[in-house]
Design a protein around this ligand. Structure first.
Ligand code: KIV
Ligand code: ZN
Length: 512
């Protein structure tokens, strides 16, 4: 039997650290459920000690998910570790992931600690964690730039204390595949008790090599866990992408000789869910999940694929969740058919009220748009007015007027803490006027750092999906809104971003 490669997903922790990608508890839970459907082995649900919001998210996910191990990150100190253990209470399978930096640069400049102090703190942390939970991962932050002799001492010591997984991150994306693979191999050969732990790779994508480095860590280094995120979401240039690493190992099983437990048919839905939740659009030429990943435009390719698929296709589109862009439902579809389609798409709404809200939105949409695609349904359920989570701002209605040679005007009705307010403004265009109308009432003072529109199903009849990124007092959030009318979608996206700014402010305040 082939070895198993453990897939550790950190979309909800390292992915969420990406500026603007912060998610609410309900959004995280929805993504965690999709990761469970994907059969991800370990879900890193957050960093429990970092905020009350993160603690709650880890705790909720730990108690809702049964088939994946749930993990919380913690620094190498008793307070963080105890908080992680508390958040994980109730989990069917729990892991504490503790880390400390081991490179000379990080130890001296960031931690201001000597190597001996770092070694001692790593030992203490694992010893403390081991008394709370049986499954302990230790990460040597900036591991790829650490002195191998020192790293060997730290790793040997933490394995002796009971660490069951050893992770050697390429924290700053500096590694190159061959060197990184050999670095891991060398460590495994030199650490006397290396066989008592599973070795893991965690690579960032600053030089575009996160997937290649992770695969080298597996093939050359013998790592048997890969840490990754959906769509490669993550700080700066992101993390190793789950869909790419999984499909590489599956497609080139002849070379890697490893099994992965992922049910790849749910990959595309996971990708869309993460993109729609965070507002991080997937580039069309992105491997596996990009809109063009399986599109053959050139005549020679089309001809080849029609004659024999494998002339130009190395994976089957349907194996990663692409189906022909079929019309799934219409105006006459009933609640049961809608619920069933949600299930097939991997969407589990939290309550019957949420299903009813989503169905009402679906009916509204079906009245305006005759063909409803999977993409429309996914956009619809990621609309926050569907979930029962209480939001401060909610969209009600909008009218706008624009005419060549005249300054566009917009009048909007929206709710603030459940109470309707009206506001109007003019602007350079109808979108500008609508957002100015909201801002003139709310006076958030936030700066807009990104505005983008995307046609969900590729034609002018499709819904527009708008992402608005706002920045205020050092906080960055993305709001997403969708509607066949892009001015309305823009207003929804702006209100969604304001809600996130608000909930982020609450989270920071709660930390005291
Ligand atoms: O990149 C990194 O080093 C990390 C660790 C906390 C595992 O994310
Ligand atoms: Zn990382």
């Amino acid at each position: 039997m082939a070895d198993k490669l453990i897939i550790f997903d950190t979309t909800l922790r390292d992915g969420e650290q990406s500026p603007g990608a912060s998610m609410t508890k309900d959004e995280k839970l929805r993504i965690a459920r999709q990761l469970e459907r994907l059969k991800v082995d370990v879900i890193e649900a957050g960093f429990a000690a970092s905020s009350n919001g993160d603690f709650e998210a880890v705790h909720t996910i730990a108690n809702a998910i049964k088939d994946s191990t749930i993990c919380s990150l913690s620094r190498a100190n008793d307070r963080d570790i105890a908080r992680a253990a508390e958040a994980l209470q109730g989990a069917a399978s729990a892991r504490i992931h503790t880390f400390i930096a081991t490179s000379a640069l990080h130890m001296e400049k960031k931690l201001r600690m000597t190597p001996e102090q770092v070694l001692e703190q790593a030992i203490q942390a694992v010893r403390f964690a081991r008394n709370l939970v049986g499954d302990i991962e230790f990460s040597a932050e900036d591991g790829s730039r650490s002195d191998p002799d020192f790293l060997c001492r730290v790793i040997e010591a933490v394995i002796a204390e009971g660490a069951t997984t050893i992770n050697v991150p390429d924290t700053v994306g500096y590694a190159v595949p061959e060197l990184y693979g050999n670095f891991i191999k060398n460590l495994r050969e030199r650490v006397p008790n290396s066989d008592k732990a599973i070795w893991s790779v965690h690579c960032h994508n600053d030089l575009g090599m996160a997937v290649a480095n992770s695969l080298a860590g597996v093939k050359i280094g013998g790592a048997r866990q890969v840490e990754c995120t959906i769509n490669g979401l993550g700080e700066r240039a992101g993390n190793c992408s789950l869909e790419e690493v999984v499909m590489a190992v599956k497609t080139r099983r002849d070379y890697y000789g490893l099994d992965v437990g992922i049910d790849t048919r749910h990959i595309l839905a996971a990708s869309r869910m993460v993109s729609q939740t965070t507002g991080f659009v997937v580039q069309p030429n992105k491997a596996v999940v990009g809109a063009n990943a399986f599109a053959h435009a050139s005549g020679i390719h089309q001809d080849g694929v029609l004659k024999a698929r494998d002339t130009y296709e190395i994976m089957r589109a349907e194996d990663v969740g692409w189906s022909a862009n079929k019309i799934v439902l219409g105006k006459l579809s009933g609640r049961n058919a809608f619920k069933q389609r949600l299930q097939e798409l991997g969407v589990q709404l939290e309550s019957e009220t949420d299903v009813n809200n989503a169905f009402a939105k679906f009916k509204e949409l079906a009245d305006r748009k005759s063909e409803i695609f999977d993409e429309d349904i996914l956009a619809l359920v990621s609309d926050e007015s569907v979930t029962s989570e209480k939001e401060q701002f909610g969209f009600v209605s909008l009218s706008q007027h624009s005419e060549t040679g005249e300054r566009p005007q917009a009048a909007i009705v929206f709710t603030v803490d459940g109470k309707e307010v009206r506001s109007q403004a003019d602007g350079n265009g109808p979108v500008d006027a609508s957002l100015k109308a909201i801002e003139s009432h709310v006076q958030s003072g936030a700066e807009m750092v990104l505005y983008s529109v995307n046609a969900i199903s590729g034609s002018t009849e499709s819904q527009g999906e708008v992402t608005v990124r706002l920045q205020n007092s050092g906080r960055v959030v993305n709001g997403v809104g969708s509607d066949p009318d892009i001015v309305v979608a823009s207003a929804k996206a702006y209100l969604s971003a304001l809600n996130k700014l608000q909930s982020k402010a609450d989270r920071v305040a709660a930390q005291g």
